[in-house]
Write a protein of this length. Sequence first.
Length: 202
Amino acid sequence: MRPRRSRSALSILPSPSTTEDETLARAAASGSRAAFARLVDRYAGRVVSTLERRLGDHNAALDVGQETWIRVFRSLPNFDADKSFRSWLFAIALNAARDEGRRRQRSPVEFVGEVPHKNSASESRAHDDRQAIDRALAGITEPYRTAVVLVDSEGLDYQEAATSCDCALGTMKSRVARGRAAFREQWRKVCGEAGTTQRKSQ
C-alpha cells in the first residue's frame, strides 16, 4: 500500500505543557512518586519512539527506555527546574542510546522483530504509514536523523533539541534543515518503491 504521509505527519502526539513538566519534576525530586509517575505517563511513549528510531530495534528501545527512566529518577535531585525538563529528559535518553550502541559494537547480536498483527484496514494503513516513515528516517545519517525526530516528531523547539544533543542552536537549526531535505529525498524513494510494489501485485 502506498504511504500517504509526508514530513508534517511526523508530529503525531500533542506536546505536554513544559511549565507543568518542570513543576512535576520539582515535586518528583522532592520525593513525590505521583509526580514522577505523571512524567513517565507523559513521556514514556515518546522516549521509546525516539529510541526505536535511533536504534532501529523496538525491543532494545524498550530496554533503553527503562534505563532512561532509572537514570532520570536517580538524577532528579540535580535537575535545574529553571530549564526544560523535556530537553533534559531526551539528553539522558540519547546518552543511554549511545551507551547501547557502544555495547552492541562490543557484542553484536541478531534481532528478529515480531510481525505485528493487523486487526483492521485502518490499522493496516496506520502500520504501513509508520513503517514508511521509519524507513525514510532510517535512510538519514546521524546526527541529522535525531535532529529531525526531536523537532518534527517529538515537538522539541530548536533550543531544547540543541540542549538535548549538546550542540549550539545554529548547529541544530542546520541539522534539522539538512535532515528535512534528506527526509524528503528518502520519502520520495519510499513512495516510489511502494508504488512499484503495488503495481506488481495488481
